[in-house]
Design a protein around this ligand. Sequence first.
Ligand SMILES: Cc1cc2nc3c(=O)[nH]c(=O)nc-3n(C[C@H](O)[C@H](O)[C@H](O)COP(=O)(O)O)c2cc1C
Length: 582
Amino acid sequence: MQQTIDTREIINVYYGTTSGNSSRLAFQFADEATQHKFIPKVFNLKEFNPDVFIQTRLNIFFVSTYGVGGPTSDAIDFNNWLQSKDRKQNELQGVHFTVFALGNTKHEHFCGMGLKTDARLEELGATRIFQLGKGNSCDETTDNDYSVWVESGLFTALEALSPLVTVPANQVQSSIYKIKEFDNTDVLVGETLSFQAQKYKDSHSLKIIEIKELRKAPSPGNSTLYLSLESQNIPYKAAQNIGIYPENSEEYIQEICTIFNLDPKYIFQIETKGNHPFPTPISVHNYLKKYCDFLGPITKKQLYTLSQLVDDQQAKEELKFVSSHKGREEYDTNYLQTRQCFFNLVKKYNIRNISLQQLIELCPLISPRYFTIASSPLKNPNKIEIIASELLINKERLGLCSQFLRNVKVGQEIKCFLQDSAFLMPQNPQAPILLLGIGAGLAPMRAFIQEKDEFIEQNRLDQSPFKGPMTLFFGCKTMSDYLFKEELEEYEKNGTLNQLKVAFSREGQQIRITNFLDVEFLNQLLESGGVIYVCGSTQMGRDVQIAIENMFKQVRKVMPYLAYRKVNELEEQKIFVKELWG
Ligand SMILES: Cc1cc2nc3c(=O)[nH]c(=O)nc-3n(C[C@H](O)[C@H](O)[C@H](O)COP(=O)(O)O)c2cc1C
């Protein structure tokens, strides 16, 4: 008898992102849609194809807002297409859509891009399936806002539009990818890669020319590496961002191969009707090394699959529960906050029956890790320098990138790409500059100092973007964490830095750099057209924000409720520039 299967329609899931929030939610939605028996297909908006869009009934958009209510760079072409005057009235009739808009209430045009997308789709005749959702990153509630939105009836609305149908099993692509052994006689046809895989393929391979430890007494999790990469004439800017693709270590690769009984030398190709997730033919070893993220935060799709495979009944129930919407709090507290990953759980539950094909469908691609370049191309035209602090997860294992960087060797090439950071040169070259950095947050500050120093060395200070006085306040725990001590002191001695102050938070008087931010000092700096650059932890960013608010309240007598807005205005005018993490 022919086997049948209950299924719903295809849903196209589009996302436009810069820092990954939209893509994370798009993939999370896809996992949840699969559990509701839909067939989701996720696309970055760079891959947006109007013909595919118009022919697909169900569409969901996850779009973030940047600039003045504008799109992310990967969504610019889509936005131009959608907003173009060439669009005809009712051109999108028959298309059904819903939008989840991402933004931050600290910005004036909160969720502007999502709002514009939602309104324009309706204007062109598309039918809204469900009301627009908004995710606010101000207090990091985006994920919760998403959950609340979904729970307010998104799947009920989708299911009402697309009832279950029973079809012969062979008509449904139960899996997006099919694995096929690579046969040398195969004629290779150029594959279309997914957006992320194409980005990886297009990235540079830069050779490591030097690696050294910057701390005097490093220990696991308390180590800061300096890496110098051959820039191969690739033009770069001081304090630009560099995205580095980490790779899994040989020990982990071997362990995964043993657990799932995979032959690392097996070479395979992928058959798919969609885009290829990574370039093939490829060996299992290279797939596991370069692409398979089995150490990242556990996804709901992975938890659901593990619940199907685990033998223990209690574990089965728990995994199923946390993969569902009802279990979202437990998922957050017990799995995300404790940094559980696929690799750990597979070992914990002794799960061995996962095929290569399932692994490819379950594990996302390894994503790039971003660093801010710590050198100036003017001083170092042939090399790009990076400072990388090690990350220890749960006090027991190094993060994927930390492991990768700890094991790389001089001469090895690493995959990376460059992109602009928030640290742009000041608009007014005469502006006094205040640089505030803690730990590896010294990177962009060092790049700017080097840039100024080189202009001075070349006797061209009049052409420099940093003609005004430059001050650096650097924060670290102890004297042994004082990065580039001699170099920074030399910059102060030769006058590149007009002032250098270092705050040791665990030594002597235990001070933080915010202790240096006297309200009168800040007022004077800003009155003389100064610019403040901050790089470090989110907590430090908040502390600096509070120090500036205090200046507005105490010196300029601004009403307390307006002080916060005043600091936001400084941010919008690029007078207060920050790049924060963690
Ligand atoms: C430079 C910059 C500009 C931003 N501009 C806006 C804005 O105009 N309106 C808004 O609502 N959010 C704005 N945001 C907030 C982002 O949209 C929000 O953090 C979002 O969650 C990022 O999503 P992503 O990780 O997918 O890129 C901005 C964020 C940055 C870093």
